[in-house]
Design a protein around this ligand. Sequence first.
Ligand code: 5RP
Length: 225
Amino acid sequence: MRSNKADKEAALAAKRHAAQAAIERIPHDCLLGVGTGSTTNEFIALLPQVRDRISKVVSSSEATTALLRDLGFEVSPLSQCGTLDLYVDGADETDEHRRLIKGGGGALTGEKILVASSRRFVCIVDESKRVKLLGKFPLPVEVIPMARSAVARKLVAMGGQPQYREGMITDYGNEILDVHNLKILDPEEMESEINQVPGVVTVGLFARQRPEVVIVGTPSGTCTL
Ligand code: 5RP
C-alpha cells in the first residue's frame, strides 16, 4: 500500500507535469492571463523560465497577484489590456467534453472574466479532477450578500442543496454558496439558468466557454482532453 506521503508526492508531480506542459504552450510576446489554485501555483512557479516570452500578465485573483509580484512580475489591470492571448487555469472537475466546475478557491468571477477575455484557454488538472458527470464537487455560486437566501431558494427549486461557505468573502465583497447534489445533465443549460437568477454574480460552471485543451497531469507525464 502507498503511504500518504507517496500519494502527496505523486499528486504534486502530476500537477507539475501539467504546469510544465502549459508553460510550453506560451507563445512569444504573450499577453498572459493567470488563474488561481494549487495547480496554477505550480504553473506560476515555473513562469520565470519564460519571462522573456511574456509581454504582460493579468491575474484572476488577489492571491495570484501576490504570487506573481513575489516573482517580480508586474501585474497589469485587465482594463488596460486588450484581448489576452492565453489564459491558464486549473479546475475542480472536468468531464470528457472539457466542461468544468471551478471556484473551489473562490476566484470564479475573476476567472470567468479572464476566460471570456482570452483568445485561448488552457486548463491544467491532475487525474483526480476527471469525472463522467459534473456535480460530485459542490457547484460554487458567487452571490451578492443581500440575495443569498433568495438565490439559495432558487437553487433548492433546481434540486440542489446550497451551503453557505462560512468565512469566505470574495475579492469583490460577495459570498459563495456551494451547491451539493445537483444533477448537472446539461451543463450549458444549467450555466445559463443559474446565471440568470437575480443576485448571482457568477456560477462555477464553465461549459459555454470551454478550454481548447485540458492537460491532465499524471505522476509520470501528461495526457490531454
Ligand atoms: C479557484 C479555482 C481553481 O482552479 C480550482 O479550485 C482548482 O484548484 P486546485 O488546482 O487547487 O485543485 O477554480 O477558484
